[in-house]
Design a protein around this ligand. Sequence first.
Ligand SMILES: Nc1ncnc2c1ncn2[C@@H]1O[C@H](COP(=O)(O)OP(=O)(O)OP(=O)(O)O)[C@@H](O)[C@H]1O
Length: 256
Amino acid sequence: MGRIISIANQKGGVGKTTTSINLSACLAELGKKVLVIDLDPQGNTTSGFGIDKEEIENTVYELMLGECSIRESMTKVENIEHLSLIPSNVNLAGAEIELLGINEKEYILKNAVDYIRDDYDFIIIDCPPSLNMLTVNAMTTADSILVPIQCEYYALEGISQLIHTIDLVQERLNSNLRIDGVVFTMYDARTNLSSDVVDTVKENLNATVYQTIIPRNVRLAEAPSHGLPINLYDSKSSGAESYRNLAKEIIERKDV
Ligand SMILES: Nc1ncnc2c1ncn2[C@@H]1O[C@H](COP(=O)(O)OP(=O)(O)OP(=O)(O)O)[C@@H](O)[C@H]1O
């Protein structure tokens, strides 16, 4: 049965999309069968895989509104074996309103994913930067939440709210849900600030912290404009190495 990991942190720009794309591509490179679900109306995971988000017929929006099946919502990603994507675009921004009044709207994604989860080793869900109904759907679907934390001064801002939301979902909607772990992103070894943030989070957060730390690496920032994950854009970069190591660490985890 596939392991379902949602990448969530309601703080914007912390590396959720970068982690979703590159972790998924590295898991696929290591031979795992991966489905990526882009649940962010910005659609950056979709375009980061080289898919034109304006041209696609079926997205996660049509899936959630019951206008297509989960298999019809999937797109194969060129050049990447073992990886499929359920894309997203700006239409998803209206989904919250359109789902008003629908029964069990917190479980719409979960009910769809249940049909296909046995076909995959990993299902990775990229969440939007807010704690809205889309994020709640990601949390009811997931086995665990991976929280990217940017190595910057306000890193812990909002984390207690995120943990409170995870606790509420666990209590009321998905008793299996747990925090998979924290991954530090955009680490800059030249500054004391980055290592201070890592120390503070480790002291204050009762969660597994992945040993792999994602460095600030310009190749990671460039790769999406070429529509490629980092392992295809620059396989030897520090960004590619770090996401490969994160993928290996996640595969080896037995406790989630
Ligand atoms: N390790 C890194 N090194 C350099 N640039 C990075 C790194 N990680 C992310 N970035 C850049 O930082 C910006 C924000 O990253 P990203 O889009 O992954 O964050 P996000 O949390 O998904 O954002 P949002 O909250 O808007 O969905 C992007 O321009 C991305 O290219």
